[in-house]
Design a protein around this ligand. Structure first.
Ligand SMILES: *Cc1c(COP(=O)(O)O)cnc(C)c1O
Length: 457
């Protein structure tokens, strides 16, 4: 059979509230044309993020009831620890309430002034936590990885020659660890090859630098390796995951992604001394080392989710349904960042509305129209988020003007995706009429969350 179906039946449903175009226009006006200001109830299909928005399985919900809420040494902790150890082979497993808590703890102990941390591309919270510690975060993507139109199997790879050069220039003593983000979220959800992981490890090992994963989407990355890298087609995803982790000395993870839960995360480290420091920090800010800011039931649900995410029927459906959305809109001429990533499709707004210049926010224009027209919520990743002004007040645009459509795990069916495809194509046909925007009110930091806009008509 060729047809790939959702590998689950639906036991519990959440109704979708339908709104009219006129109602959504009013909602947009009320919220200052900022999609973060739209109440989730008024969204038809919510593709704002894949983080913490997954649907848990019947087994995970049963796990929620089984969760052991003992303060110390809860049964649920041991189950969680065993599962993370089984997959990563790493020694010390430290639960935290979400990914950025893992980052804050790791860089509080390993970062600091004078230190520099390289990555294929830092996620924004990772970069923020490194910089908050006083250290510097450096991205080392490959040339093909930053070309939105280039077709390549592993656009998430870290640039190995650049990493070598970077270490020689910076001095290994100033590099507390090197990271690889799998899949590369900031680079479009693109995977990293096993060969690249192996080579990065060799370079790091030569200089005595520990290698860490930002492991949020480790299962999606492993499935891409199975599909695309020679020699892995007949391997189980679990064995690929174990091989990936065999090359690293530690990892941070947001369980809100590939552990298919709504909250949680962990740090995993081999080094005894670093683990001791991390646990000391954990007790001050998160909780006792056997719950780390989570309830016992959360640990139980994570342990189950980490097994379910390796189901190859699930991963086939997951990766195909994202690609399906990408392929359908590309066939209608819609420009996207190629090829489709694991968790999201990124519309190239610069090409979608070429008449809207970067200082009028093309990504914002497309984002607002997708909501107005179809009730679909995407996320602008462009000059609203990353644009700035220099000292003379001159506008400096973001490198790319994108609209991210992130797919929550196990939440939407193919007909929901077909609806999204139809809406995007209709918006695209009408693209000449989309206005640019100007900011009429903005906070000093992270303006994309709360800024108010006005269409320029
Ligand atoms: C989501 C994410 C994080 C941060 O995790 P939170 O749970 O949102 O704090 C870090 N790195 C990557 C690659 C992510 O996608």
């Amino acid at each position: 059979m060729k047809t790939i179906i959702e590998p689950f039946k639906i036991k519990s449903v959440e109704p979708i509230k339908f709104t009219t175009v006129a109602e959504r226009e009013e909602i947009l006006r009320q919220g200052g044309y900022n999609i973060f200001m739209v109440p989730a109830e008024d969204v038809v299909i919510d593709l704002l993020t894949d983080s913490g928005t997954s649907a848990m399985s019947a087994d995970q919900w049963a796990g929620i009831m089984r969760g052991d809420e003992s303060y110390a040494g809860a049964r649920s902790f041991y189950r969680f620890q065993d599962k993370v150890r089984e997959l990563t082979g790493l020694k010390h497993i430290i639960p935290v309430h979400q990914g950025r808590a893992a980052e804050r703890i790791l860089f509080a102990i390993a970062g600091g002034p004078g230190k520099v941390v390289p990555n294929n591309a830092h996620f924004d919270t990772t970069r923020a936590n490194i910089e908050f510690s006083g250290a510097q975060a450096v991205d080392l993507p490959t040339a093909v990885g930053v070309d939105p139109d280039a077709m390549d199997d592993f656009k998430g790879n870290i640039n190995i020659p650049a990493l070598r050069e970077f270490i020689e220039k910076t001095g290994a003593e100033n590099i507390p660890l090197c990271m690889i983000t799998i899949t590369n979220n900031s680079g479009g959800g693109q995977p990293v090859s096993m060969q690249n992981i192996r080579e990065a490890k060799e370079v790091c090992k030569e200089h005595g630098i520990p290698l860490f994963f930002d492991a949020c989407r480790f299962a999606e990355n492993a499935y891409f390796i199975k599909l695309r890298e020679p020699g892995y087609a007949d391997r189980s995803v679990k064995s690929i995951v174990r091989e990936m982790f065999s090359h690293v000395d530690g990892a941070t993870m947001s369980a809100k992604k590939d552990a298919i839960v709504n909250i949680g995360g962990f740090i995993a480290i081999n080094d005894d001394e670093l683990a001791l420091k991390a646990r000391n920090m954990l007790i001050i800010t998160e909780g006792f080392p056997t719950y780390g800011g989570l309830a016992g039931r959360d640990l139980e649900a994570i342990a189950i989710g980490l097994e379910e995410v390796l189901d190859e029927h699930y991963l086939q459906y997951r990766i195909r349904s994202t690609a399906y959305l990408g392929e359908k809109i590309v066939a209608a001429g819609v420009p996207i960042l190629q090829p489709p990533g694991g968790h999201a499709i990124y519309i190239n707004a610069k090409k979608f509305v070429p008449h809207v210049p970067p200082e009028r926010f093309p990504g914002q224009s497309v984002t607002v129209e997708l909501y107005r027209h179809g009730g679909i919520r995407g996320c602008e990743i462009g000059s609203v988020m990353f644009g700035r002004r220099d000292k003379e007040g001159k506008f400096i645009p973001a490198a790319m003007e994108l609209v991210r459509l992130a797919i929550p795990r196990r939440v939407y069916t193919q007909s929901h995706i077909d609806y999204v495809v139809e809406a995007i194509i209709e918006v695209y046909r009408n693209r000449d009429k989309l206005p640019g925007y100007r900011i009429i009110e903005e906070p000093p930091l992270l303006r994309h969350f709360t800024a108010k806009f006005e269409p320029i008509v």
